[in-house]
Design a protein around this ligand. Structure first.
Ligand code: PLP
Length: 430
């Protein structure tokens, strides 16, 4: 695979930064739980003349001519997405997870309607009601949280909160919660309080596709997800839903039509056709049997990472993990997330600072960091490598300002990843 042959001549400045970024990704360990490395096939699909096309609308119902082949890509992406999750309907056009959530809310809610979602400092996402985000400004959000002792979700508490708030929408899903979700119970609570149930499975979509986590589809009206996290597709999102709007069966539009209208013309103009083609490629990959093996390894790696960290004096929220991420509680280390993230970056371990439940620090320098195994697993790292990385993380957190120690750890990390090229055969030509 040759990369960017012409770009080095036409735009050496951009060629250079792209090259530097590839080297940074290759020479470090990528532990940001929301990141992954797409396949070469997905990269190939993205870098195609599909990007040249305007195709507002949907297959066979476009506002522009010349969409006969674009229609085929989008239909393939929609059909594969439906098959992967067992959904009635798929809209693969959302440019990003945040827009997918906005579009889903717009499809079924009026401004200022009540939504109940997971509190942000307990694991929820910005689009689940942050007051600096459209969600918190446009809707009346309330939050359910984790149990004060176990830091896990107690479904009796969620039910009590739902009965108190009586939301029009009950939202499940998270950005930082290391345990499984009980979608069936969320669905029952929503039914009992007369709410729609929507799940934002951005983080765990790949694990669900591999059937290693309960599928929310049978228990939800709407499911949104990004396509670039555990699902290992291009940056973007999609919305899956039932055909029927259970609360408004007489409406002219059913739920699937309402979702499609909210995406276009409601929120977006032309879809990113090159990205939709790449989504189709990623969904095909996720339908293959080896995708299950990949997700299984993601989970095994996360478990070994968690136990290694705890064995080396690092506290974890909930004392472990059932999914692809672990949430480190730095309280016993005497440092905040900002210092920890920077110290780890110094040794080429990439993470993000993160709030932890009942955090007394600010979001800009919270008490936690979040780590994940999807990207490293894609590179081929296994349990024995997670042990080494876990020990390196623990040592770095104990010595965040000791340059001589960090230099040694960085060398160890670089040595470790050398045997795991990000794209075997990938050559930068320029
Ligand atoms: C649960 C959840 N929903 C939505 C999003 C937003 O996705 P995007 O960054 O593509 O807007 C994220 C991103 O991290 C997320 O974790």
């Amino acid at each position: 695979m040759n990369l960017m042959n012409d770009l080095s001549v036409s735009d050496p400045e951009i060629f250079n930064v792209l090259t530097q970024e590839i080297k940074r990704q290759e020479n470090g360990v990528e532990m940001i739980a929301s990141e992954n490395f797409v396949s070469k096939a997905v990269l190939d699909a993205m870098g195609t003349p599909h990007t040249n096309k305007y195709s507002e609308g949907y297959p066979n119902k476009r506002y522009y001519g010349g969409n006969e082949f674009i229609d085929i890509s989008e239909d393939l992406a929609r059909e594969r997405a439906k098959k992967l999750f067992g959904a009635d309907h798929a809209n693969v056009q959302p440019h990003a997870g945040s827009q997918a959530n906005m579009e889903a809310y717009f499809a079924i809610l009026e401004l200022k309607d009540k939504i109940l979602g997971m509190k942000l400092d307990h694991g929820g996402h910005l689009t689940h009601g942050s007051n600096v985000n459209f969600s918190g400004k446009f809707y009346d959000f309330s939050g359910y949280g984790v149990d004060e002792d176990t830091h896990t979700l107690n479904m009796d508490d969620v039910r009590r909160e739902a009965e108190r708030v009586k939301p029009k929408l009950l939202l499940s899903g998270f950005s930082a919660y290391p345990r499984k979700l009980d979608f069936k119970e969320f669905g029952e609570i929503a039914k009992d309080v007369g709410a729609y149930h929507m799940s934002d499975i951005a983080h765990i979509a790949g694990i669900i596709a591999a059937k290693l986590h309960e599928n929310p589809i049978p228990h939800c009206d709407i499911v949104t997800t990004t396509t670039h996290k555990t699902l290992r597709g291009p940056r973007g999102a999609m919305i899956l839903c039932r055909e029927e709007d259970q609360f408004n069966p007489e409406d002219k539009k059913n739920l699937a039509q309402k979702i499609d209208s909210a995406v276009f013309p409601g929120m977006q103009g032309g879809p990113l056709d090159h990205v939709i083609a790449a989504k189709a490629v990623a969904f095909k990959e996720a339908l293959q049997p080896d995708f299950v093996g990949y997700q299984d390894q993601v989970l095994k790696n996360a478990k070994v990472l968690a136990s290694t960290l705890m064995d080396n004096g690092v506290d974890l929220v909930t004392g472990g993990t059932d999914n692809h991420l672990v949430l480190v509680d730095l309280s016993n280390k005497g440092i905040g997330g900002k210092v920890a993230e920077k110290a780890l970056e110094d040794v080429h371990i990439y993470t993000n600072k993160n709030m932890i439940p009942f955090d007394e620090r600010s979001p800009f320098d919270p008490s936690g960091i979040r780590l994940g195994t999807p990207a490293l697993t894609t590179r081929g790292l296994k349990e024995e490598h997670m042990k080494v990385i876990g020990e390196c993380i623990a040592k770095t957190l104990d010595n965040p300002t000791e340059d001589s120690i960090k230099t040694k750890i960085k060398a160890e990390i670089e040595e470790l990843v050398r045997d795991f090229p990000m794209y075997p055969g990938f050559k930068i030509v320029g």
